[in-house]
Design a protein around this ligand. Structure first.
Ligand code: FE
Ligand code: FE
Ligand code: ZN
Length: 292
């Protein structure tokens, strides 16, 4: 994908394996994608098939894919109030990270968790505890905390909470953040009116070197609504102009952009083409050094 300043793709079904996802991505014009590491509602993960992985890695190399952004199941809650849910979540993330090593060097994104009445402090401590148990020096996967809309008792609805988690994790070099445009908007960051200031704030509190991936979604609700309902690009409250400025922002260059918009294949193909048109440059993209 020479000549474009962005890596972009959408969320794909993992039910037919890695090679099938690679082929589906190419068909849609994508050069990265997201997928659930197991059923999003939880449960056992399918065994990794080495031949399938090999086929996928060939496609990824030939097509010059950027890093993939795997997504943990929604049922995972590392700071749940109930001990069974916490220990099951810990097992899931451990197992997912072991299986991610079949496709080395990609991202694994998860929702930090919901404190379900225990309070934000306890939530942050629980999430950090779990990460301290599960992150390994030798892993090649970078684990991403997703910025959340702040609905219910979600932890991670502002940059400071993510910073607090990071501060408590020893193996912090394995941690980054996935910036979800719908979620940050819903949680009250006005990326339509004050994008530069929001990114500055992110940099001051977390550090832009940790912003490894973007979930590129418009929002059905106004800024600060804490609702978390994704809209198609340009059809929501953030709007096309503001979404274009996010895609074109020089501080976000080189990160994989993942669409989690309500679309069919044709809709994704159109949105991928749109974002590519917005970010086309004469020069090859400059990918950031360091963590990401
Ligand atoms: Fe998510
Ligand atoms: Fe997201
Ligand atoms: Zn969402």
């Amino acid at each position: 994908m020479e000549g474009t300043g962005i890596r972009i793709g959408n969320h794909l079904s993992s039910s037919r394996g890695y090679a099938a996802m690679g082929r589906a991505a190419v068909k849609l014009g994508a050069d990265t994608f997201a997928f659930f590491t197991r059923n999003p509602r939880g449960g056992a993960a399918k065994a990794v098939v080495p031949e399938d992985v090999k086929k996928f890695l060939d496609i990824a190399e030939k097509e010059n894919f950027g890093k993939l952004v795997a997504h943990a199941p929604y049922t995972m809650n590392l700071c749940a109030a109930r001990e069974e849910v916490r220990s099951f979540s810990l097992e899931m993330i451990g197992d997912d990270l072991r299986r991610m090593e079949y496709i080395p060097g990609n991202y694994y994104n998860f929702h930090p968790g919901s404190h379900v009445g225990q309070g934000t402090k306890a939530g942050i401590a629980g999430i950090a505890d779990a990460l301290n148990k599960v992150l390994k020096k030798e892993q090649t996967t970078t684990v991403l905390l997703e910025t959340m809309a702040g609905k219910g008792s979600e932890v991670g609805g502002n940059f400071a909470e993510l910073r607090e988690i990071l501060d408590r994790v020893e193996q912090r070099d394995k941690l980054g953040v996935c910036f979800d445009t719908c979620h940050v908007w819903d949680s009250g960051y006005d990326i339509a009116g004050r994008l530069d200031e929001v990114l500055e704030e992110f940099d001051r509190i977390i550090g832009l070197e940790r912003l490894c991936a973007v979930h590129f979604n418009d929002s059905m609700n106004p800024c600060g609504s804490r609702r978390d309902r994704h809209a198609r690009i340009g059809e929501g409250c953030i709007g096309a102009e503001a979404m274009r400025r996010v895609a074109q922002h020089p501080l976000l260059t080189g990160r994989p952009f993942i669409l989690e918009t309500p679309n069919d294949d044709e809709g994704y193909r159109r949105e991928i083409a749109l974002v590519r048109a917005w970010t086309r440059t004469e020069n090859k993209p400059v990918f950031p050094d360091g963590l990401c």
